[in-house]
Ligand binder design. Structure first.
Ligand code: FES
Length: 72
């Protein structure tokens, strides 16, 4: 789905930027150009960034403590 019509940036491109190392909306904006013209997409773009970072943190926490891990 297109998040930013001015720059033609999709939610998939925003997620990809985060998977490739962006850690904040500011970094995603620099990498993709999202929100750099009219700015109307900023709210939705920030939401996609926030959700994707939260998903990644959840996945990392699961990887760090697998289900079968039992602390002594
Ligand atoms: S819709 Fe993203 S800057 Fe205009």
């Amino acid at each position: 789905m297109y998040v930013c019509l001015c720059q033609g940036v999709t939610d998939g491109q925003i997620r990809e930027a985060i998977y490739e190392g962006c850690c904040s909306y500011r970094e995603v904006r620099q990498a993709t150009g999202v929100g750099t013209q009219c700015g109307k997409c900023a709210c939705l773009a920030k939401e996609v960034v926030r959700d994707t970072l939260a998903e990644l943190r959840g996945a990392q926490a699961a990887a760090a403590f697998p289900v079968e891990f039992v602390p002594a």
